[in-house]
Design a protein around this ligand. Structure first.
Ligand code: PLP
Length: 403
């Protein structure tokens, strides 16, 4: 049992009033709010620790470097990887682009994604295919949002180079059985590389990349209580040296001359320029914050919110939930018959309820359902049942006003 009152007290923004109502923040899939420990770590960094890293011999620079590298350790143990397998990036999108631009795979290769991917896990691969005469293939889904895994097997050919798949759908909340899928893919062809987009799984569930056995795992700090502008690219041991550089600059080299440059090995090779140091420091604090509650406790609490909210929504006439089951992370997408999601979202805001209304960067998924967008409520550890009651009441009032 978690202590919701104590947890909520740690998020200063939850005291904010919106249109004279308490803020009910259900847009966590887009970005989460930040706990005081994370905010304080950024303030402390700039008040006491700020210097550029990896270069200076002076005390501050050494301290900042230690902080940054100890964050790498914290983050790596958070997903059960090794420190040297963690590259800091600006976020999930950046991480996927680094992989898509860096893979040394033959022209004409086939890349498999799924119908439910976020645009960030489609476009870098689409671009690769356009530039390299490749083929983008799509794993279809069922109406309940589950993947047609059997179809995946039939999509694989001897030209398949990559399977890039989301762990949790940002729009539907559906959890893909990635361990089982990776086993299947590797059993067909050990050479196929598997990238898992963990942007929506890391905030909600315990992650073990070793057990998962993926080749690449990517996520964003800002969706898991950390500052914006930092993210992670996990690369399985042995694969990093095979990734081509897509950006280079200061911090990545051993020696440079106009004739020839020798690069370092390991994560620093991919972290060109000054990184977002304070965000990385905050990311480590966010991992500690989640660990202090217990990631399994977070999953359990959010799951109870999901089940409660879905039951309440089902009882409202005209509401259609997409992927209406509970094998999901704490994300609910729905529509109200006859109403545009934007109108519903705007009315909810009048009652202080922040939810997301659009295609959620998953237009191919919207096309599958034949809709323009959905209303999405996504929960985090600080949300409580009482907020769901406020949301449901506001929704009912909104529907009455609109009809
Ligand atoms: C599943 C998924 N992948 C990728 C992204 C892109 O994340 P970012 O904008 O932090 O790079 C998101 C963001 O919503 C997402 O939900």
């Amino acid at each position: 049992m978690i202590d919701s009152k104590h947890i909520r007290e740690q998020f200063p923004i939850l005291n904010k009033r919106i249109n004279n109502n308490s803020l009910v923040y259900f847009d966590n899939g887009a970005t989460t709010q930040k706990p005081k420990v994370v905010i304080d770590s950024v303030v402390k960094y700039y008040s006491e620790q700020n210097a550029n890293i990896h270069r200076g011999v002076h005390t501050l620079s050494r301290e900042a470097t230690e902080l940054f590298e100890s964050a790498r350790q914290t983050v790596s143990s958070f997903i059960n990887s090794k420190t040297e397998e963690i590259i800091f990036t600006s976020g999930t999108t950046d991480s996927i682009n680094i992989v898509a631009n860096g893979l040394d795979i033959p022209k004409g290769s086939e890349i498999i994604v799924s119908q439910m991917e976020h645009h960030s896990n489609i476009l870098p691969w689409q671009l690769w295919c356009e530039r390299n005469n490749g083929k983008l293939k799509v794993i279809p889904i069922n109406r309940d949002g589950t993947l047609q895994i059997k179809k995946l097997e039939s999509l694989i050919t001897h030209n398949t180079a990559v399977v890039a798949l989301t762990h949790v759908s940002n729009t539907l909340g559906v959890i893909n059985p990635v361990n089982e899928i990776i086993q299947k893919v590797k059993a067909i062809d050990q050479r196929i590389l598997v990238l898992i987009d963990g942007a929506q799984s890391v905030p909600h569930m315990s992650i073990d990349v070793k057990n998962m056995d993926c080749d690449f795992f990517v996520f964003s700090g800002h969706k898991m209580y950390a500052p914006t502008g930092c993210g992670v690219l996990y690369v399985k041991k042995g694969l990093m040296d095979q990734l081509k550089l897509s950006k280079t600059g200061g911090g990545t080299i051993k020696t440079v001359s106009f004739e020839r440059t020798e690069y370092v090995n390991g994560p620093l090779r991919f972290e060109a320029g000054t990184p977002n140091i304070e965000a990385v420091v905050g990311l480590a604090k966010a991992c500690e914050f989640m660990n202090s509650i217990g990631v399994n406790n977070i999953s359990e609490h959010e799951h109870s919110l999901l089940v409660y909210a879905q039951n309440e929504l089902r009882a409202i006439e005209g509401v259609e939930i997409y992927a209406d089951h509970s094998n999901k992370a704490a994300v609910i997408s729905f529509n109200v018959k006859g109403q545009h999601p934007f109108d519903v979202g705007t009315l909810l805001d009048k009652y202080g309820v922040a939810i997301r209304t659009d295609h959620h960067c998953t237009q191919p998924l919207m096309n599958y359902y034949g809709i323009q967008g959905t209303i999405r409520a996504s929960f985090a550890i600080y949300n409580v049942k009482e907020e769901i009651d406020i949301f449901i009441e506001a929704l009912k009032k909104g529907i009455k006003l609109l009809s």
